[in-house]
Design a protein around this ligand. Sequence first.
Ligand SMILES: NC(=O)c1ccc[n+]([C@@H]2O[C@H](COP(=O)([O-])OP(=O)(O)OC[C@H]3O[C@@H](n4cnc5c(N)ncnc54)[C@H](O)[C@@H]3O)[C@@H](O)[C@H]2O)c1
Ligand SMILES: O=C(O)C(=O)C[C@@H](O)[C@H](O)[C@H](O)COP(=O)(O)O
Ligand SMILES: [Zn+2]
Length: 368
Amino acid sequence: MRTVQVELGDRSYPIYIGPSLLPETGSYLEKHGLTKKSTHLIVTDEQVAARHLDTLKQSLESQGYTAVVSIVKSGETSKSLAVYEEVMTTAIQGGLDRSSAVLALGGGVVGDLAGFVAATYMRGVKFVQIPTTILAHDSSVGGKVAVNHRLAKNMIGAFHQPELVLYDMDTLQTLPAREVSAGLAEMVKHGLIRDAEFAGWCRDHASELLSLDREALAYGLERGCSIKANVVSADEREGGLRAILNLGHTIGHAIEAVGGYGEFLHGEAISIGMAGSAMLAVKLGRDASIYPETVSMLKALKLPVVLPEHLPTDELIAAMKHDKKFTEGTMVFIVPDRIGEVSIVKDIPEALVREVIEELRRKEPEHV
Ligand SMILES: NC(=O)c1ccc[n+]([C@@H]2O[C@H](COP(=O)([O-])OP(=O)(O)OC[C@H]3O[C@@H](n4cnc5c(N)ncnc54)[C@H](O)[C@@H]3O)[C@@H](O)[C@H]2O)c1
Ligand SMILES: O=C(O)C(=O)C[C@@H](O)[C@H](O)[C@H](O)COP(=O)(O)O
Ligand SMILES: [Zn+2]
């Protein structure tokens, strides 16, 4: 088993990554001091429940824990205020109290939704992340929790750190191929922002990662989580540095919102967004190789890099103006300086963003 620590003073917590962890959840909760006197809440989705809910329930029962369960529909549309209210209803009817915890069993959708419930139920209760997707090596770490608004992603949310992250890699073996690639988008993002060698490693080990080779995955998840943990430890509430984790997200979140939260998976949308940021970097005078190199890494992981025709530029630009980095009337982008290093650049002219959007619809470097 590998352990990555998120250092946040008295809110520090471990990310346990390894096989056969889900059946041991009860023992981990005990080790982390979760009470057996209150009822807890498991939040999961239909696909994950069908595969993993019984194992979790049995593990909790065997250690003397009681939990009620809220099963939401699978997919991004469950990150909504309507579903949040449903989950809250289960928590209230189940009699959760201030010593209870919310356990998120699933991918980033369940994690963000359940986390927002944990952050707000009785003004905040304990939270445990039990991720089951590759993408969730990002979403389960760092405490950003939220639901979407029709007009903009993650618009209604909070910062609420988990007590622990229990990442049972066995669960990943049942992920559909499209979800595997989408998850790898955030993995290579962690390399692109902070570690050129790791970004190259992701490309060079793409076939192992795509085929869910356990050793490659364990290394990739550990390295991705470590990079994320370091950034979060340095800037928990995104006063500055943490914004680098948003590489590709200004365009990516706009694609998700304009696409109606369902057409594109988060990882697919930010892959196109990362290609766009690399294109923007070149337009801003960075080395011309950044764009083809970025695109080659994304394509190796079977990710999209071209923006589909049917998403109107005006709607995308309007959605981008709801980006959380958009302040004081200026567009802020995370711009690669080279592979493995990025800058937070303010005052990006809208005309330049429009140019990138238009080119992103058709352009794919020929030599990639
Ligand atoms: N909070 C953060 O820091 C953060 C970071 C990155 C992404 N996110 C958010 O995460 C969300 C995307 O997360 P995701 O990609 O994990 O999506 P997801 O939670 O929707 O899971 C993807 C799909 O895979 C299914 N699934 C999950 N685990 C499975 C398994 N083990 N086997 C088979 N199927 C399984 C789910 O039912 C779902 O249909 C987005 O909403 C994004 O905004 C948040
Ligand atoms: O943890 C962060 O910080 C991130 O930006 C990670 C992103 O991958 C993630 O998609 C996050 O939810 C985006 O947050 P937002 O603040 O742009 O809504
Ligand atoms: Zn993301």
